[in-house]
Design a protein around this ligand. Sequence first.
Ligand SMILES: NC(=O)c1ccc[n+]([C@@H]2O[C@H](COP(=O)([O-])OP(=O)(O)OC[C@H]3O[C@@H](n4cnc5c(N)ncnc54)[C@H](OP(=O)(O)O)[C@@H]3O)[C@@H](O)[C@H]2O)c1
Length: 289
Amino acid sequence: MPAGFKSIAIAGAQSAIGKAAVLALAATPGVSVLVLTRAVTARPAFLPDNVAHSGIDYADVNATTAILQEHQVQVVIAPLNSFAIMQQIPLADAAKAAGVQLFVPSEFGTVSKGIPDVETPPYLRVKMQIADHLQAIGLPYLRVFPGSFQEFIYPLVGYGVNKKVNILRSLKGDTPFSVTTCDDIGGFVAHVVTHHPLASLANKCFRIEGDRTTLNGLGAILDAPIEKVNDVPVPEGPLTSSFVGELQTLVDKGWLNTETRFVDGDGSGGANALWEGHHWTTLREFLKL
Ligand SMILES: NC(=O)c1ccc[n+]([C@@H]2O[C@H](COP(=O)([O-])OP(=O)(O)OC[C@H]3O[C@@H](n4cnc5c(N)ncnc54)[C@H](OP(=O)(O)O)[C@@H]3O)[C@@H](O)[C@H]2O)c1
């Protein structure tokens, strides 16, 4: 039997990462899975019959603690929406009170450990606050940094808007960065928590990588012209040009790759090897090019 955990709860199960993790865990023999949604959310239709479901009020720490205890949950995985990051504070408090041994917070992007403080954008600060809270309450974390979702590659360069690779004029565009599918990210999390012991996971940062490219390299992959722009065009919707520009800037600084080293334990060097024998989806495979 593998050395990992046997009882896992997932909050944010309806994110692409959460769904991939739930399906992988549900198919792992000897592992029980509990999906936590907000109380207003119905049991997600995709859940296999062997997955338990409970609706929670995130603010009600005692009630969530009781549910986690009832299911003897050992690990909480929380790929919550970026607007719901702070909901992880009461969730982590409940997990700690219930005796949970490991919490996998909603990171899943840019490296957030050891990065220079003055350059840290607000969307990363809140993720760092969660990591700090987990440390403060003595609940070990496992932080996973996959670079950009492959699903996010078109918006990252505004390709969907004008069929060009739009790169901020101020950037060189030659720094490698990691691009990983949500299926690989969720599958990786499910694999490591069920196959590796706590000592290998506790307070670790794992950088993973399905593939590697550069902003300029996307021109060749997408067979599209590079356009140097002042503002990256974004499609209609909630995504803002300033956020995408900020992300491109971090890509160019090397904050989304497996190599750039900030501090000890920041995950530089990569952790793909922990998913033994796995074929990681390349960007060309994902885009079917
Ligand atoms: N690296 C990248 O390129 C990249 C791209 C996008 C996102 N991300 C990161 O990946 C993580 C997941 O983001 P996502 O966009 O994939 O998530 P998403 O699909 O928008 O997340 C959906 C989940 O979030 C939960 N949720 C939404 N609002 C909530 C609230 N107010 N309180 C509690 N739960 C709430 C939903 O819960 P219910 O199940 O209860 O409905 C649902 O399960 C985030 O950390 C985000 O920053 C990274």
